[in-house]
Design a protein around this ligand. Structure first.
Ligand SMILES: Cc1cc2nc3c(=O)[nH]c(=O)nc-3n(C[C@H](O)[C@H](O)[C@H](O)COP(=O)(O)OP(=O)(O)OC[C@H]3O[C@@H](n4cnc5c(N)ncnc54)[C@H](O)[C@@H]3O)c2cc1C
Length: 411
């Protein structure tokens, strides 16, 4: 067995979790010159329970960070059209060519998480897979000081850091250890079943809604489409006599005959994945020596397919705050995150309640769409505010390091 490398005793930041939130945050911190360790208990390239839709702001981030070509090279297909089906009423949206993004993408997590983690390594971060954070260390005043790790060979390491970042998912070890306060909670955990299909004759992404059920078909890598059905938990409980396949097919047929027809002409590849549901929450995302990003800080029902886009946006908000290195900067991170997270959580929860008719749902989707437009503005503003800071930095003796994107200082 190849033993994983020994971590150093001290870093500027230790990030727990090497998926969308953790890998992106680590990449940005490393690009700014910080010494970063990422600790991930699973193996490189392992899958996780998630479908794949990225919204425009998420794709903009991947484009700005220069990682989109790696996703394309991995065979991630461009999505140029998305269709919403409210009952039998289709609403077609063509993806506009804007901000350097002319298509959406829905990479498998076995692709996306690896591309981001590799970008973190290429930027100078150290990533340890198969390594688990088992304890959070604190100084007597309570400030987080570092972590204890156990690597895959069973060796224990003590690592100190100026900032410990929990990007360790909804069950966050860091969040629990620091007792991060719950600021808001959802009430409706929706349930979901998904699988991969070959030969699904649908153009782009399709989202389907009918009373008590929603579904989606998302083109992803290897010529496959990820198809999911969502429902309230009382319509999900799989009775012993009813197989997952039967329940999936039944809900897909209830949701839309076009989806049922498309599935009839396609072949399922691999098993069904099921998610019983988890109520959403918003947690305090920072404290003395620690911060949370991604699902660790805010989990929403996946029915709005926004967790990864949130994670990519908040990775940059948090990275900027950590680089500034003040409590004011972390408070700004929280304010910016919450200006999106509160409403995304509320909308996801209302949609996951399945307590809507199609008109009301259309209204919730309009709100989502406005929120996502503001989110794109926020991502666009990352470049504007960076150029301003670069100008200031250019005059500063000794300079200071900014997120290392290829931005030229305007004359
Ligand atoms: C069924 C389902 C469908 C979804 N579909 C979509 C979708 O279409 N679009 C979308 O945007 N979002 C979707 N989501 C949400 C999305 O999956 C999450 O928002 C996203 O995974 C959050 O990324 P993250 O990096 O914050 O956390 P995670 O992906 O949960 O990664 C956390 C990582 O931390 C590691 N870790 C945890 N504890 C430790 C520890 N103690 N030591 C070391 N490592 C540790 C874990 O191994 C894990 O790899 C879906 C979610 C579900 C459940």
């Amino acid at each position: 067995m190849n033993l994983s490398p020994i971590p150093k005793a001290r870093y500027d930041a230790v990030v727990v979790g090497a998926r969308v939130a953790g890998a992106a945050t680590a990449m940005l911190l490393a690009r700014a010159g910080l010494r970063v360790l990422v600790v991930e208990r699973s193996r490189r390239g392992s899958d996780t329970l998630s479908t794949h839709a990225l919204m425009r702001a998420g794709v903009m981030q991947l484009h700005r960070w220069g990682v989109l070509p790696r996703l394309l090279a991995a065979g991630t297909p461009p999505i140029r059209r998305t269709t919403f089906h409210y009952g039998s009423e289709p609403v077609v949206v063509d993806i506009k060519d804007r901000d350097g993004v002319d298509a959406l993408y829905a990479p498998r997590r076995t692709v996306l998480d690896v591309v981001l983690a590799d970008a973190a390594v290429a930027s100078g971060a150290q990533v340890l897979y198969g390594t688990t954070v088992t304890e959070i260390l604190r100084v007597p005043t309570g400030r987080v000081q570092g972590v204890l790790l156990t690597d895959e060979a069973g060796r224990h390491h003590r690592v100190e850091a100026d900032t410990l970042i929990g990007a360790d998912g909804a069950r966050s070890t860091v969040g629990r250890a620091v007792d991060a306060r719950v600021l808001a909670e959802g009430k409706y955990p929706g349930s979901c079943i998904y699988a991969y299909w070959q030969g699904l004759e649908l153009d782009g992404t399709h989202w389907y809604y009918a009373p008590g059920v929603a579904a989606g078909a998302i083109p992803t890598n290897e010529g496959l489409s990820c198809v999911f059905v969502s429902m309230p938990p009382n319509r999900y409980r799989v009775q012993p006599a009813v197989a997952l396949d039967a329940l999936f097919q039944q809900r897909a047929s209830e949701c839309h005959p076009g989806l049922a027809r498309a599935l009839g002409g396609a072949r399922r590849v691999g098993k069904y994945y099921s998610f019983a549901g988890r109520a959403g929450f918003l947690r305090q995302p920072w404290g003395e020596g620690w911060a949370l990003v991604g699902d660790a800080g805010c989990f929403k029902d996946p029915i709005t397919a926004h967790g990864m886009t949130d994670a990519l946006r908040d990775a940059e908000l948090l990275a900027r705050a950590v680089i500034r290195g003040t409590t004011g900067a972390l408070a700004d991170y929280q304010a910016a995150r919450d200006s999106f997270a509160t409403e995304f959580l509320e909308l996801s929860d209302r949609i996951a309640s399945f307590d809507w008719d199609l008109d009301f749902l259309g209204g919730l989707h309009h709100r989502l769409s406005r929120l996502m437009a503001r989110e794109c503005d926020c991502v666009r503003d990352f470049d504007t505010s960076q150029r301003t800071s670069m100008k200031e930095a250019a005059d500063r003796p000794g300079g200071y390091r900014l997120l290392g994107f290829p931005v030229t200082i305007p004359a």
